[in-house]
Design a protein around this ligand. Sequence first.
Ligand SMILES: NC(=O)C1=CN([C@@H]2O[C@H](COP(=O)(O)OP(=O)(O)OC[C@H]3O[C@@H](n4cnc5c(N)ncnc54)[C@H](OP(=O)(O)O)[C@@H]3O)[C@@H](O)[C@H]2O)C=CC1
Ligand SMILES: O=C(O)C1=N[C@H](C(=O)O)C[C@H](O)C1
Length: 228
Amino acid sequence: MGTIIRELVEADESCELAGIVGIETMDTLAERAPEADVVIDFSHKDMLPHVEAYVHRTNAALVSGTTGYDEDEMARVRALGEGVPVIHSANYSLGVAVLRRLAAEAAAALDGFDIEIVETHHNQKVDAPSGTAKLLLDAVNPAGEFDPVYGREGMCGKRPAKEIGVHALRGGTVAGTHTVHFFGQDEEVALTHRATSRRIFAAGAVSAAKKIVSREAGFYSFDELMFG
Ligand SMILES: NC(=O)C1=CN([C@@H]2O[C@H](COP(=O)(O)OP(=O)(O)OC[C@H]3O[C@@H](n4cnc5c(N)ncnc54)[C@H](OP(=O)(O)O)[C@@H]3O)[C@@H](O)[C@H]2O)C=CC1
Ligand SMILES: O=C(O)C1=N[C@H](C(=O)O)C[C@H](O)C1
């Protein structure tokens, strides 16, 4: 993601790249490069303390796309919004934003249908299920009345009605496919988003970065920032 974001930022005349960093260089970036207006973070959950330190030191806005955070880490990302404008989204594509809305609408309309979520990603992905699958789970289960089940094996028994299965497939170079299945009596609705390139995520993040720099401090959702 870092490589594609770099390409997009360098090709955009309204942007200037202050630096691109991994874990070794994040802490020294403020000293050796102009202070950034905005940090775009697509990295790893272990990078969070370094991202926090940079934001606190420079007051840069934050566009976060890193997935795999637990609840406490997510709260820390949100807390950065007390001082600077922050957006976190597990998926920066417009298509997934629409899928999320459609899935929420279908879940509300298809009372009694069994919901299952399947995500597929390349074999280099380190977290499962994907952040997007979790985001879709929240969309179809806004009140938390269904229990998520991450894969099934053995004598797991018949499927309880109040369950949502979440399944992760890994292989090859798949950029990211998410399907929300709604199984009813003698019918199925399946909503799929298929990314055919990772470029859409990078372009969404750069677009979010350009919008967030002029916003007040606060924690913004993808919909608020991109559609608001
Ligand atoms: N929100 C969205 O739309 C999208 C989100 N993502 C998410 O972005 C993140 C990065 O994905 P991707 O670019 O494919 O991953 P890569 O593994 O290609 O890159 C990860 C980056 O994070 C750094 N990193 C890796 N491991 C650690 C670690 N243990 N501690 C600190 N830093 C680490 C690496 O630094 P170094 O270069 O020094 O090794 C590297 O720069 C993932 O969480 C992924 O799920 C991905 C696509 C879209
Ligand atoms: O790691 C990836 O590649 C992706 N990660 C994000 C996620 O976990 O949902 C978004 C996208 O699907 C690609």
